[in-house]
Design a binder for this molecule. Structure first.
Ligand SMILES: Nc1ncnc2c1ncn2[C@@H]1O[C@H](COP(=O)(O)OP(=O)(O)OP(=O)(O)O)[C@@H](O)[C@H]1O
Ligand SMILES: CC(=O)C(=O)O
Ligand SMILES: [K+]
Ligand SMILES: [Mg+2]
Length: 625
């Protein structure tokens, strides 16, 4: 079978040099006073681009006054049941409601390219709060299995699903595992505990009766009291609070506070001796978490049998497997059909490979992406192989900063972001981006500079942790990420300050190589010609990610036929994912999408577009008819 690279401009779509519009911001749509509020859409269009008989039907809500600006002949409220407002039939297109307004307000060039992940916690778990985050630009909702119960997380997942169904969002769900590191107990329900300078606290592996005795902290790791030595330094949350070990009495370890501060429930603990992290025993942490109850026993046995039969591995090898609580959470994530599973404290590529085969065996369509969290010193040693094995990575700076000296975190971040892009894996920069906004409504200048740097490095996504999980200003924190991202992206685009990155070949077949060449050429052409948007028709999302990897100046409209691929693409830089059914006939796909998007006012005649697809390996340059 021959594969050819087509460069053609169909006669009906030819353009002359003069007809090429000059790239500029804000030029295509009149700027309205609408802010990114929910809109309600029923795209009832003809697939025939020339048909003018079916008027577009779009209702945009105003800023909450209820007097929506009607742009359609058939107004429809956004609370219309999903079956009516978001038809997934062959004549409709699903697009993020917020993106649609953004496109209409500011044009292609101003859409945000950097994606935003929000950790959901007590401050944001309600439907209204989740909706506010989605309206504010949340692309991915992260649930952290370190905190809360599975029932709690299940309710959050259900609400996000409902939000997507009813309001047209495509918020993806990322489940983050607990990971087998040492951490404190849950403080008996208290939201925090304050340690003052010089105070003596007891860290113990004993379980305490409630109420928790004063100045005592429960530790999750049975070997803790044996492992620490008098004189060791004990760091809570990577050094937010520090203690010196002064005495060991059986299971109790007495410590004096040397750096006071606030300790949060289930905070991570590390101990240091003579200036080095003590970590030999970390690799031998318990494989069965104390949190596994009798009701989980059947699942534990099942998981054991899977690894014994399928992998021929003893399932107690904690080097290769996260501990059992994680596997139960992973089962939960698979059953719930989450979009991403993020694995904490990955030490080698092995655990990623095991998880991927586990997912493949357990979930029918196996489209859960596995994200490797880079937060242990071991993961830095095996960085390339871990990232290569994964579907993406997270720079988990919180715990990473507890395992390597803080001043090494920025260079590690830069390296991880760079390797991910070279290997074509999405990368999330996480933790403490806007830490002060947990308490205050404005960020520090230093935090804004940190966010800017992650955007400048062209990371795929930024993540909020405590800011959105339990902070006082989750929406404001998200708004800061949004506005800083847009501003910095624009600045770097206009000044062409970004360094071109050498992008090595990533595919293994000749067909992969063609796809890569097509995408890099299309991205280059898009920049040189100043086109308005790149269109990519992709079944698996791969071609879209190859385009995203090139970080072109214009946004990438990614058309895919499945909802799960659309949600997954929501994590990747510059992609605006649409769900639409399409065929192998590019000509009809183009006509259909032009027609649907024109009907929604998202493109107009004359817009210059470059289209690629993974069905027909070609590049087409055209003006929208
Ligand atoms: N589901 C939840 N229920 C209660 N509190 C939560 C929940 N999720 C997050 N939090 C709170 O938000 C804080 C920050 O969240 P984050 O997910 O970064 O947790 P973490 O434990 O610090 O980190 P890690 O990602 O390393 O597990 C937590 O320390 C916790 O206090
Ligand atoms: C996100 C996370 O796990 C960390 O920063 O440690
Ligand atoms: K976690
Ligand atoms: Mg962590």
């Amino acid at each position: 079978m021959s594969q050819s690279l087509h460069f053609f401009t169909p006669s009906s779509l030819t353009f002359s040099k003069q007809s090429l519009p000059k790239p500029s911001c804000n030029r295509r749509f009149p700027v309205t006073t609408l802010s990114p509020k929910l809109i309600s859409i029923k795209a009832s269009t003809s697939a025939d681009p020339n048909s003018s008989t079916t008027p577009p039907q779009v209702l945009i809500s105003d800023n909450g006054t209820g007097a929506g600006e009607i742009l359609s002949s058939t107004p429809q409220d956004y609370d219309t049941p999903p079956s009516q407002s978001f038809l997934s039939d062959s004549s409709s297109i699903d697009v993020d409601a917020v993106t649609e307004v953004e496109l209409k307000e500011n044009g292609f060039r101003s859409t945000r390219r950097t994606k935003l992940v929000c950790t959901i916690g007590p401050a944001t778990c309600g439907f209204e709060e989740l909706q506010a985050l989605a309206v504010g630009g949340m692309n991915v909702a992260r649930i952290n299995m370190c905190h809360g119960t599975r029932e709690w997380h299940k309710r959050v997942i259900e609400r996000v699903r409902r939000l997507n169904e009813e309001k047209g969002f495509a918020v993806a769900i990322m489940m983050d595992t607990e990971g087998s590191e040492i951490h404190m107990g849950d403080l008996g329900g208290a939201s925090s505990a304050k340690a003052e300078d010089g105070e003596i606290w007891t860290f113990s592996v004993r379980a305490f009766d409630l109420p928790r005795p004063e100045r005592t902290i429960n530790v999750n790791y049975d070997g803790f009291a044996e492992d620490v030595q008098v004189g060791d330094e004990l760091l809570v949350d990577g050094g937010m609070v520090r203690f010196e070990v002064i005495e060991k009495i059986g299971p109790d370890v007495k410590c004096r506070c040397t750096d006071p501060g606030l300790m949060l429930p289930r905070a991570n603990l590390t101990f240091w001796r003579d200036g080095s992290l003590v970590r030999e025993r970390n690799a031998m942490l318990p494989t069965i978490s104390s949190k596994v109850g009798a009701s989980d026993l059947f699942s534990v046995i099942e998981i054991g049998i899977f690894f014994f039969q399928v992998q021929k591995l003893p399932f107690t090898t904690s080097e290769s497997l996260p501990f059992i609580k994680d596997w139960l959470d992973i089962d939960f994530g698979i059953a719930e059909g989450v979009d991403f599973i993020a694995i904490s404290f990955v030490k080698s590529a092995e655990v990623i490979n095991h998880l991927k085969s586990y997912i493949a065996a357990r979930s029918r369509d196996s489209d859960i992406a596995v994200i490797a969290k880079i937060e242990s010193i071991d993961s830095l040693r095996n960085l390339e192989e871990i990232i290569q094995a994964s579907d993406g990575a997270m720079v988990a700076r919180g715990d990473l900063g507890a395992q390597i000296p803080l001043e090494q975190v920025p260079s590690a971040q830069q390296k991880i972001v760079q390797i991910c892009r070279q290997l074509n894996k999405p990368v999330i920069v996480a933790s403490q981006l806007l830490e002060s906004m947990i308490e205050y409504p404005t960020p520090t200048r230093a935090e804004v500079a940190d966010v800017s740097e992650a955007v400048r490095q062209r990371a795929d996504a930024l993540m909020l942790s405590g800011e959105s999980a339990m902070g006082q200003y989750p929406d404001k924190a998200l708004a800061v990420l949004r506005s800083v991202s847009v501003r910095i992206e624009k600045w770097w685009r206009e000044e062409k300050r970004y360094e071109a990155m050498e992008l090595p070949a990533v595919g293994s077949s000749f067909s992969d190589s063609i796809s890569e060449e097509i995408c890099s050429s299309a991205a280059k052409m898009a920049n040189n010609l100043g086109v308005d948007a790149l269109f990519v028709y992709t079944k698996t999302g791969h071609m879209a990610s190859l385009l995203s990897r090139c970080r072109p100046d214009c946004p990438i409209f990614a058309f895919t036929s499945t909802k799960s691929v659309r949600r997954r693409l929501n994590l990747q830089w510059g992609l605006i994912p649409f769900r639409v059914s399409f065929s192998d006939d590019m000509e009809s796909n183009l006509n259909k999408t032009f027609s649907l998007l024109k009907a929604r006012g998202m493109i107009k005649s004359g817009d210059l577009v470059i289209a690629v697809s993974d069905m027909l390996q070609s590049i087409q340059v055209m003006n929208v008819p």
